[in-house]
Design a protein around this ligand. Structure first.
Ligand code: CO
Length: 211
């Protein structure tokens, strides 16, 4: 059997198992989507949001890209953010990076990954540059990449806070809380590294006063 056919076969098995456990399962889910969480994670196949948080379909709204970036011209991410915050009214937005991230490691090299990936990775290089003194002082390259992963998550949380989408929700409803997490591929554990909420002080340059 081809590996792609196995996916469809496994899907059939999964669907009938779910239905056997709970006959109303799909009927109920099809009418209801009220997740409390928006997850912005890395596309890495080893970091599945539902599985590592023990959540079920319907509980987490998910967006993934290389190295869990929040880029202010990314219409895809911003649409997901706006829908999750303004319409689904999520209470928490989680940026979840992971140690051993290929995107982070690639951004630390001087390799030409060709135009499109270079463009994406340059956003991570910018994070490195903001924290160059701290990162350059870490001799072990593995540890340096781990720290860049943490700092990247922190920067992406701050990027969320700079959007009018988040600032409007903070002003009107004091939500969502923003969380920066890093997942460990080697132990399966999530380490919270940074958070922001409606009361966190931020650079006034980015604050909209006429929302
Ligand atoms: Co990754």
């Amino acid at each position: 059997m081809h590996s792609i056919d196995k996916l469809l076969l496994e899907n059939k098995a999964w669907a009938s198992e779910k239905k056997a456990d709970d006959p109303e399962y799909f009927e109920r889910l099809s009418h209801l989507q009220t997740p409390e969480f928006l997850w912005i994670g890395c596309s890495d196949s080893r970091v599945p949001a539902n599985e590592i948080t023990g959540t079920q379909p319907g509980e987490i709204f998910v967006h993934r890209n290389i190295a869990n970036m929040v880029i202010h011209t990314d219409v895809n991410l911003l649409s997901v953010l706006e829908y999750a915050v303004a319409h689904l009214k999520v209470k928490h937005v989680i940026i979840c990076g992971h140690y051993g991230c290929g995107g982070i490691k690639a951004a630390m090299t001087n390799h030409d990954y060709k135009q499109v990936l270079n463009m994406w990775l340059r956003n991570i290089k910018d994070v490195y540059r903001h924290h160059r003194a701290e990162l350059d002082a870490i001799g072990d390259m593995e540890l340096r990449a781990d720290r860049l992963t943490e700092l990247n998550v922190q920067e992406q949380v701050m990027h969320l806070a700079k959007t009018s989408i988040i600032q409007r929700a903070w002003q009107q409803e004091q939500r969502p809380k923003l969380h920066g997490w890093v997942y460990g591929l080697k132990d399966g554990l999530i380490k919270p590294v940074f958070e922001m909420d409606a009361n966190t002080k931020m650079d006034p340059l980015y604050i909209y006063d006429d929302l």
